[in-house]
Design a protein around this ligand. Structure first.
Ligand SMILES: Nc1ncnc2c1ncn2[C@@H]1O[C@H](COP(=O)(O)OP(=O)(O)OP(=O)(O)O)[C@@H](O)[C@H]1O
Length: 335
């Protein structure tokens, strides 16, 4: 379309992915930046910076410049985007050209959030910057025919937010966005272990617990995991045994919030699209949808078929990159 380098960026709270039409995913790293607080200089970005979380010496802090899907720190987000654009261009064998980029924004972004993302991308070297709503990108990436007059329902459970949308004819017909995503389940687990065992665990440990023995379904095969943390009474390292049903208990409130967002969106659906929804079902995207039993649990709660996208972690990035081909059919794209 533009004759220059074109990329789609999924600027997520947890991970940043870059998709190029010809090469597929060319960048996939955590959205973390490590800063030297004495000089305010960036010392590491992405994977290297994530490895520093909770382990850095006093003068180095590892931060996530995006919180709940929106920019929490503008300057650091610019630095992150600069790193991403340079690295993605190098991986594609391009060093000089300024790319045209499509970036997805959470459906709940304000015009101020959107402006901040566009400015940060231009500041980072992008030429043209288009913004597409995250659920639309997720639906395109999951292969749904968003430009046709049928109801495409997508539930995108990211790290910091969950977006539920009904898309038809290229536009969002109904949508709910909540600032609860997979990362909140980690927080729930941290709080639970602290309250029940007086043991402090870090975010990476909580995430590992969620991935290994976290279930959306109450009825599941019980599993146990040995967990290491710091005993808050003695200050010493301690190992505890955590059961999967305890984890289910810890995350139940957050799951119910996600369910509420899905129900509220379906309730807002125009009556004409209801039949489509029952026939075509709901598509799950985003890393949070990989929680074990998510499809079955959600389907049992809303009485509609639920399917997991092929590449849930990559749907938004793929859709963002592919959107370049039919920006003219998407009325809500910001330029
Ligand atoms: N196998 C898994 N089981 C459960 N959760 C998982 C699994 N794999 C990844 N996740 C969770 O998915 C979340 C990240 O998902 P994703 O990369 O889609 O988010 P994001 O796009 O960066 O965030 P957002 O859309 O909120 O900005 C994290 O909370 C991560 O712990």
């Amino acid at each position: 379309m533009f004759g220059t380098l074109e990329i789609g960026i999924d600027l997520g709270t947890a991970n940043v992915l870059v998709y190029s039409k010809n090469k597929g995913i060319v960048f996939n790293e955590p959205s973390v930046v490590a800063l030297d607080t004495t000089t305010n200089k960036v010392v590491a970005v992405g994977l290297e910076a994530k490895a520093m979380i909770g382990k850095t010496p006093g003068k180095i802090t590892a931060i996530r410049p995006l919180k709940n899907g929106v920019i929490a720190d503008y300057d650091i987000t610019s630095e992150l985007l600069k790193y991403i654009i340079t690295k993605a261009s190098t991986r594609m064998g391009l060093t000089i050209r300024k790319p045209n980029v499509v970036i997805c924004t959470p459906a709940g972004s304000t015009s101020v959030d959107k402006r901040a993302i566009q400015d940060a991308a231009r500041n980072a070297g992008a030429k043209k910057v288009f913004l597409i709503e995250e659920p639309v990108a997720a639906a395109i990436g999951a292969g749904l025919p968003v430009d046709e007059p049928v109801a495409n329902v997508v539930v995108d459970i990211g790290g910091g937010s969950t977006e539920v949308a009904i898309i038809s004819f290229g536009g969002v017909v109904a949508c709910h966005s909540i600032r609860i995503g997979g990362d909140h389940l980690d927080d729930d687990i941290i709080q639970y272990v602290r309250k029940e065992y007086n043991v402090l665990i870090g975010e990476p440990t909580a995430e590992q617990i969620k991935m290994e023995i976290g279930y959306a379904l109450v009825d599941h095969e019980k599993e146990v995991l040995e967990v290491r943390g710091r005993d808050l009474l003695t200050g010493l390292p301690k190992t505890i045994e955590l059961h999967s049903y305890e984890v289910r208990d810890a995350i139940k409130e957050s799951l119910l919030h996600i369910l509420e967002a899905v129900r509220a969106t379906l309730e807002d659906s125009p009556a004409e699209l209801s039949g489509d929804i029952v026939d075509r079902g709901v598509i799950l995207t985003g890393g949070g949808s990989l929680l074990k039993g998510m499809e079955q649990w959600l389907s049992e709660q809303i009485f509609v078929p639920v399917h997991l996208a092929n590449e849930p972690l990559e749907s938004v990035a793929i859709g963002t990159g592919r959107a370049l081909d039919f920006l003219h059919k998407l009325p809500s794209v910001a330029r």
